[in-house]
Design a protein around this ligand. Structure first.
Ligand code: S3P
Length: 171
């Protein structure tokens, strides 16, 4: 849009550690749109943390909740929406995002992801093995599907401000 303020919800997709939350928060501030973090909305709806959801109910149940929460948010007013790294892997979610929003993949090389998520708790998938190996495997599975996003932004070693600028230029 001419004023750089998106008229539709902007859905940020990409791996854990790609910067969806950090860039999303800043972008929202600049655009004057609300920032919404799907992971936090899922935790709110479930009344417990993501690791607890995984441990008590399993990943499939988490994915169901994630799909429902994103669907609800897409029905609401425009916002900057950061989604969890697995959200875009759901075909129904992709379909809904295509209809109601613009999707932006924040692409970063795996070594950057490894650096950014190192030592950060709260991501149950990373506890399933060596974090670098888990990330490498997920990157292999997910990058071909993330590539279906409307817009792809390379934000590997960028600072937050550079990443935000790159996204703004294409919105
Ligand atoms: C996940 C990423 C997490 C969170 C959950 C699963 C994934 O979100 O949704 O732990 O499958 O990649 P972030 O990408 O915000 O870390």
């Amino acid at each position: 849009s001419p004023d750089g303020i998106p008229s539709r919800t902007v859905v940020l997709v990409g791996m854990m550690g790609a910067g969806k939350t950090t860039i999303g928060r800043r972008l929202a501030q600049i655009c004057g749109l609300p920032f919404v973090d799907a992971d936090i909305e899922i935790e709110r709806a479930a009344g417990c943390s993501i690791p607890e959801i995984f441990a008590r109910h399993g990943e499939a149940s988490f994915r169901d909740g994630e799909r429902r929460v994103i669907q609800r948010l897409l029905d609401g007013p425009p916002c900057i929406l950061a989604t969890g790294g697995g959200a875009w892997m759901d075909a129904q979610t992709r379909h809904l995002v295509r209809r109601h929003a613009v999707s932006v993949w924040l692409r970063a090389p795996v070594h950057v992801l490894v650096k950014r998520v190192a030592g950060r708790a709260g991501r149950p998938l990373l506890a399933q093995g060596r974090p670098d190996e888990v990330l490498e495997r997920l990157v292999g599975l997910r990058y071909p599907v993330y590539a279906e996003a409307d817009i792809i932004i390379d934000c590997g070693d960028d600072t937050v401000e550079q990443g935000v600028q790159r996204v703004r230029e294409v919105l």
